[in-house]
Design a protein around this ligand. Structure first.
Ligand code: GDP
Ligand code: IMO
Ligand code: MG
Length: 436
């Protein structure tokens, strides 16, 4: 029999913001280590625990519980942002037990400048990025120009590499903006200082994590973004620059696929999207307004109002396949209260034909029409009433919500391990005690 590993991946199955931060924090209660494996400070993960609302960009959501937290090699790191996050946690009296991969790539100010300029130039092909320099940094990684965390703590290695890269980027940026200026020396000094401040966190995290797994430690891998934003399997080019799904865990940490025990897919009770690209079940009416207000659907990173729409089981089935999902967790069910009927997309129609599989290509998806099933909604409750129901357990949930959940389970042919009916850690109902 193959060995069982105490490791679990938490992956968003849509366009991000499914509540990965909340669920990671919940699972972290039983974990030793929490790891981010992809993305950078484009992510915004909210944890609401013991009266404090944390908004993490890079630091894994195990930090409020002072767990070991690891930023893996698959991430791109803006060192100034990371140091701010550490400072903020320290100010709250939290010890930050961080390990930062020496092979993660570094975001520089010219990456951020390029992100904005490229977005403008791309016009209708722009993804509506967070403009944090994520794409240009991953481009340099793939182009083998990239500067890694290791370089940051070796100024003699950093300087000549950065000088060359800076010269090239300056010429490139000036194609878009002939007046662009940046002083190399002050940038170099700033980054050298970042290196000094981060030095004691830097480790070979692949060795660290493999040894931890082999000694039986429990690990949560926290995805950023969501499956539909994946550079390979998402709705290209309207996505991010990494593999936010389970496929990214191994490459982004150095943990072999066979050491990943379980993958849990996070699904919001409806769908949201920030940025550009077709969103077949998007709503533009007053129901959208109501969901946006009730779910507080405003971007954690950029504050942009999130686009919202009905649940799309067709793209979720695709996500379950790509991620090899074992079980799902449904979040933000409370945010749909007072809305009836609630619609759920079960498939797409194209030119009068029902599609067999989710079409992947944006050019095809934009011509598809969702096919809907309707469900009766549930009554509006106050936040504390939802919290009370969470303590009372699944049986106390409104009957119509249980019908909704059972239909999702049946359509997706997958078990539901937990449901979340409020933003706080304990607004959570566990259905599978053996999840982790
Ligand atoms: P992430 O990027 O997947 O970690 O998700 P975000 O933190 O960006 O967005 C999820 C938002 O929903 C945050 O504001 C959470 O505090 C909140 N949230 C998570 N689960 C629930 C829930 O079950 N109910 C409500 N009302 N809010 C939730
Ligand atoms: P979390 O981890 C939602 C979107 C951006 C844009 C596209 C590319 O909080 O779920 P990027 O800055 O990555 O180059 O932008 O991806 N995007 C997200 N949308 N949640 C996120 O993260 C996102 N990170 C990036 O809006 O459309
Ligand atoms: Mg988010």
């Amino acid at each position: 029999m193959s060995k069982k590993f105490n490791t679990i991946g938490v992956c968003g199955l849509s366009w991000g913001d499914e509540g990965k931060g909340k669920i990671t924090d919940y699972l972290a209660q039983k974990a030793d280590i929490v790891v981010r494996y992809n993305g950078g400070n484009n992510a915004g993960h909210t944890v609401n625990a013991n009266g404090i609302k944390y908004k993490f960009k890079l630091i894994p959501s195990g930090a409020p519980l002072e767990k070991e937290v690891v930023i893996g090699n698959g991430c791109v790191v803006d060192p100034g942002v990371l140091l701010d996050e550490i400072d903020n946690l320290n100010k709250l009296g939290k010890k930050v037990n961080l390990k930062l991969s020496s092979t993660a790539h570094v975001i520089f100010p010219f990456h951020i400048a390029l992100d904005g300029l490229e977005e403008k130039t791309k016009g209708e092909y722009s993804a509506g990025t967070t403009r944090r320099g994520i794409g240009p940094t991953y481009s340099d990684k793939a182009g083998r120009w990239g500067i890694r965390i290791f370089d940051l703590i070796h100024p003699d290695i950093l300087k000549p590499k950065l000088e060359k890269l800076f010269r090239i980027k300056k010429d490139l940026i000036r194609i878009y903006d002939p007046n662009w200026e940046m002083d190399f020396d002050s940038m170099f000094e700033e980054y050298k200082t970042y290196g000094e401040k981060l030095k004691h966190y830097i480790t070979d995290t692949a060795y660290y994590l493999n040894k931890a797994i082999d000694s039986g430690k429990k690990i949560v891998f926290e995805g950023a973004q969501g499956n539909l934003l994946c550079i390979d399997h998402g709705m290209y080019p309207y996505g991010t620059s990494s593999n936010p799904n389970a496929l990214g865990i191994s490459a982004g940490t150095g943990i072999p696929p066979r050491k990943i025990g379980k993958i849990v897919g996070i699904i919001k009770a409806y769908t949201s999207r920030v940025g550009e690209g077709k969103f077949p079940t998007e709503l533009f009416n007053e129901i959208a307004e109501q969901i946006r207000e009730q779910g507080h659907e405003y971007g954690t990173v950029t504050g942009r109002p999130r686009r919202v729409g009905w649940l799309d089981l067709f793209n979720l089935k695709y996500g379950i396949m790509i991620n090899g999902i074992d079980t799902v967790i449904i979040t933000l069910l409370d945010a749909l209260h007072g809305i009836t009927p609630i619609k759920v997309c079960t498939g797409y129609e194209l030119d009068g034909r029902k599609l067999e599989s989710w079409p992947i290509q944006h050019e095809i998806i934009k011509n598809c029409k969702p096919i809907y099933r309707e469900f009766e909604g549930w009554n509006k409750l106050k936040e504390e009433e939802w919290s009370r129901l969470a303590q009372q357990g699944y049986d106390s949930l409104p009957e119509t919500m249980k019908v909704y959940l059972q239909a999702i389970k049946q359509e997706l042919n997958i078990d539901i391990a937990m449901v979340s009916i409020g933003p706080k850690r304990n607004d959570t109902i566990v259905l599978d005690e053996n999840l982790f």
